[in-house]
Design a protein around this ligand. Sequence first.
Ligand SMILES: Cc1cc2nc3c(=O)[nH]c(=O)nc-3n(C[C@H](O)[C@H](O)[C@H](O)COP(=O)(O)O)c2cc1C
Length: 184
Amino acid sequence: MKVGLIVGSLRKESYNRKVAEAVKELFPANVEAEFIDITNLPLYNTDLEGENGTPEYGRVREEVRKYDGYIFFTPEYNRSLAPALKNLIDVVSVDPNGNAWAKKPAAVFSATMGPTGAMASNLALRQAFVYVDLIPMQQPEVYLSTIQDSFDEEGNMTDRTRNFLAKAVDAFVKHAELVSRQEN
Ligand SMILES: Cc1cc2nc3c(=O)[nH]c(=O)nc-3n(C[C@H](O)[C@H](O)[C@H](O)COP(=O)(O)O)c2cc1C
């Protein structure tokens, strides 16, 4: 199984990226987890399609298609999702070769320095899954609040957060296996 990790925060020191990096190490040996880079993906625009358009749409569509499931890592911006993630969902949904999201398992892990765990963002992103037919893991919910406290001074993640994430990753692998059995 190949799992794509997608980070919605574009800044270098992103906590969501740090969480994703920790998650990458928590998969069992039979699961390959890799990052799908969306840092330079232009906002969706039909004028950028086709031969004279941006190569980024084709590149990211091809990459997304390679994976059997996805974990989205989202911060929260004004009580909603990271626009970079919604943009990726849109770009891939109108791939001329078909919607690569359809019937694939997905999870949302949200992290914020604030107290709410970016729950509004997490739920908004799961709403965006509906029409493109991504199949969400509903439980456990992964809302990481005051995420800066989950790292020590050397930048190591606390055991408490890592153990919580390990359980969520385990649940995601089971969810992905179940979805893939149902679809095949
Ligand atoms: C425009 C903007 C709006 C924000 N709105 C929220 C918000 O509604 N809820 C929240 O918890 N944090 C909010 N934040 C804070 C970020 O989500 C938080 O700092 C988080 O750590 C950013 O994720 P990152 O570290 O992965 O970049 C906002 C930040 C920005 C720049």
